[in-house]
Write a protein that binds this ligand. Structure first.
Ligand SMILES: *Cc1c(COP(=O)(O)O)cnc(C)c1O
Length: 438
C-alpha cells in the first residue's frame, strides 16, 4: 500500500511509515494512492459475511501486501472482538450501535486496530514505543484500553483534572500494566500543548521513541470503514437496500471512513454530517466558504471541534469539488437545546436512551424525513458512545434508567491511579525521562 500527502502528491510512503508518522512532515494527511473497488459479488451479498470477514475483505484490498493475509486475519480477530449491531427503532429508522467495545465508544474500532498494527510492526523487539495522548475524554479511554497489554508499547495519557466524566476517568486510571495517566491542573488545550511540546523536544526524541495515537492516523481510519459494510449486511437481511447514514461528526474521521467505504463500493445512498454548534462543515457545504472557528463547548463534547482535521481527506475524495461533495453529503447542525429535546423524544417515542452525540444524528435524519416524500429509503444513525459516559446531560428520569454495561461494572471496584501535575512542560519532561526503564 502506498500513501501520499494531501499537501504534495509526490510525497509518498508505505503503510508502516504512515502508521508511525501519523502525519507527513509537510502537515498534510496521508491518503491511499489507490482506492480499490471491492468485488461486485461481495458488495451485492454483504449479508453473507460476518463483521470479521468484511474487515478482512476491506482491509486486505487496501493494505495489499503491507501485512500478509494470515497476520492480518490474526490482527482483526484480536482487534474486532465485539459486535456493532443495528438496533431497529421502527421500519424506517435504525441505530448502528458502535459502543459495545471496551471503552464504550466507536473509537475502540480505530484504537484497537491501530495498536495491534503498531505492535505487529514492532514485533522484532525494537525500542519500546511511547504513545502520548491528550484527551478530553473519549480518545484517551479508547487508546488506553486499545493498547492495554499490547507488547512493546507504553501509553501516557494526559487529561484535564475534574473535566472528564467519572466513567471516563475510571477508563483512564484503573488500567495499570503499560498504561499511565496524568491528571493536569489545567484545560484540555494545556494537555494538548504539553504533548505537542514533547514531540518537538530534541532531548526527549533522542531517548524515547514517541508516537501520537491521534485520530488522523490512517490505521484508525481504515477499521472505521468495516462497520458501514456490516450495517448494510444487517439491513440487507431485513430486505432494506436503500440506506442513508447519519453520522455525528466532530473531527470528521467517522464520516470520512464512511465516504472512503463508499469509494470502495459501499452501496449506500448518501450521508448526513450532523454537528453540534461547531458547524464549520455544514456552513462550508452551504456557502462554499471554509472558515474554521475556535471550538465552543456543548453537551456533545466529543464533537467540540472548530477545525476538523479530517475534512481535508474528504475533500480529497471529491477532488476538491464542493458540488460533488453536496451530491453525497448533507451537512446540518443543532444546538444544545435541540439535543436535549431529541434525547427526550427518542426516549418517549422508542424507550431508547441515546447519548447526546447520537441524539444529534437521530434528529438530523428525522428532519430529512420530514422534508422528503416517503420512499424506500431507510435511515441509520451511528451511535458513537454509550449514554453512561455522559451522565450529567440527562434529566434525572432518564439518567436513572441508564444501565451500566459490564465493562463499567468491572472497573467500579478498582483503585484509580494517576499522577497529578501542573501544566508545566519541564515537569512533564522530567516525568517522561525519569520513568524510562521503569
Ligand atoms: C470522537 C467522537 C465523535 C466524533 O467523531 P469524529 O470522527 O471526530 O467526527 C462523536 N461522538 C463520540 C461519542 C466521540 O467520541
Amino acid at each position: 500500500m502506498k500513501l501520499y500527502s494531501t499537501q504534495n502528491k509526490q510525497n509518498q510512503v508505505d503503510f508502516q511509515t504512515a502508521v508511525f508518522n501519523s502525519m507527513p512532515q509537510d502537515k498534510g494527511l496521508y491518503m491511499p494512492v489507490d482506492i480499490p473497488v471491492l468485488r461486485q459479488e461481495f458488495l451485492d451479498n454483504l449479508d453473507r459475511y460476518t463483521l470479521q470477514e468484511i474487515a478482512f475483505e476491506v482491509s486486505s484490498a487496501l493494505l495489499k501486501d503491507a501485512i500478509p493475509a494470515d497476520d492480518l486475519r490474526a490482527i482483526i480477530a484480536d482487534a474486532v472482538n465485539f459486535d456493532a449491531p443495528v438496533h431497529e427503532l421502527d421500519e424506517k429508522n435504525y441505530v448502528l450501535e458502535l459502543f459495545h467495545g471496551p471503552s464504550l465508544a466507536f473509537k475502540d474500532f480505530g484504537a484497537r486496530f491501530m495498536s495491534r498494527v503498531m505492535a505487529y510492526f514492532l514485533k522484532d523487539g525494537e525500542q519500546l514505543l511511547d504513545v502520548l495522548v491528550a484527551t478530553s475524554g473519549d480518545t484517551g479511554g479508547a487508546v488506553a484500553l486499545g493498547f492495554l497489554g499490547v507488547p512493546h508499547t507504553r501509553v501516557t495519557i494526559l487529561y484535564p483534572e475534574g473535566k472528564v466524566s467519572p466513567i471516563q476517568e475510571l477508563q483512564l486510571c484503573t488500567n495499570g500494566q503499560n498504561i499511565r495517566a496524568i491528571t493536569v491542573k489545567g484545560t484540555f488545550d494545556d494537555c494538548q500543548q504539553l504533548v505537542k511540546q514533547a514531540f518537538a523536544d530534541p532531548e526527549l526524541n533522542a531517548s524515547l521513541r514517541l508516537t501520537s495515537a491521534n485520530s488522523i492516523n490512517i490505521s484508525r481510519l481504515i477499521p472505521q470503514t468495516f462497520y458501514y459494510f456490516h450495517a448494510l449486511a444487517q439491513l440487507f437481511r431485513k430486505g432494506k437496500r436503500s440506506v442513508v447514514f447519519s453520522v455525528p461528526s466532530g473531527n470528521f474521521g467517522n464520516i470520512g471512513a464512511g465516504l472512503l467505504a463508499w469509494k470502495m463500493g459501499l452501496p449506500v445512498k448518501s450521508f448526513i454530517a450532523a454537528t453540534n454548534a461547531n458547524d464549520t462543515v455544514p456552513r462550508f457545504l452551504e456557502s462554499g466558504v471554509y472558515e474554521t472557528r475556535p471550538s465552543v463547548q456543548t453537551y456533545a463534547n466529543a464533537m467540540d471541534v472548530g477545525a476538523p482535521s479530517n475534512w481535508v481527506r474528504i475533500m480529497e475524495l471529491f477532488k476538491g469539488n464542493r458540488e460533488e461533495a453536496l451530491k453525497m453529503v448533507l451537512g446540518v447542525s443543532y444546538t444544545d437545546e435541540q439535543t436535549l429535546e431529541a434525547i427526550a423524544e427518542i426516549y418517549n417515542r422508542y424507550n431508547y436512551i441515546a447519548c447526546p452525540h447520537t441524539a444529534i444524528a437521530w434528529l438530523a435524519m428525522q428532519k430529512v424525513q420530514e422534508q422528503k416524500a416517503n420512499n424506500e429509503d431507510v435511515y441509520v444513525c451511528l451511535s458513537t458512545a454509550h449514554a453512561c459516559k455522559f451522565p450529567d446531560v440527562f434529566p434525572e428520569e432518564i439518567a436513572r434508567r441508564i444501565e451500566l454495561p459490564e465493562q463499567v461494572a468491572e472497573m467500579l471496584g478498582k483503585e484509580k491511579s494517576a499522577t497529578a501535575m501542573d501544566a508545566d512542560f519541564n515537569a512533564f519532561k522530567k516525568y517522561l525521562l525519569n520513568a524510562e526503564g521503569e
